[in-house]
Design a protein around this ligand. Sequence first.
Ligand code: BEZ
Length: 210
Amino acid sequence: MAIRLGDEVPNFTADTTEGRIDFHQWKAGKWAILFSHPRDFTPVCTTELGAVAKLKPEFEKRNTRVIGLSVDPLEAHERWVQDIKDVTGQTVNFPMIGDPDKAVANAYDMIHPNASDTATVRSVFIIGPDNKLKLTLTYPASTGRNFFEILRVVDSLQLTSKHQVATPADWKSGEDVIIVPAVSDEDAQKRFPGYVAKKPYLRVTPQPQG
Ligand code: BEZ
């Protein structure tokens, strides 16, 4: 069954390129990105894994761990790492789950049989420190993902989990944000003095700090 926003994500134990993990223990208290790619030794996936390795320091700054998955065995992941380094210059610096029996892929509904019976789609799950699902994305095998967008969403999720704000279209960290409708005008004036009401329901304020 599909996992929906707000659900606690299934726990699992799995063999990864960094050893056997219990997923909930591995991410304990942190944000996590679990992302799948269709197969090892495929061109788009090779570029994606290099892109994520390059962004690892950005995920770390955000108290966020990343972990990849495909239905290929660990032994294939281990051989593929050298190709990723050759092509992208990046050393894969996060665990990759080998899931040949598709236990994790099925638990997270990453196989979409009308796309492929055997390969995982390009899923992304952003999971909060509370183990609840905060975002899911599904891309087809033919389209590589934009991992800056995933970072941008983490920024938005982390901000909106602390402050009663939402982020507008194409927002980037540091830009103005929207005061959520649940905050009365009176409270908004106290919390966000000088906010601008573009419409009664669209009140804009500088991004809160901290
Ligand atoms: C790729 O990663 O390049 C890829 C994987 C499966 C199907 C098509 C492309």
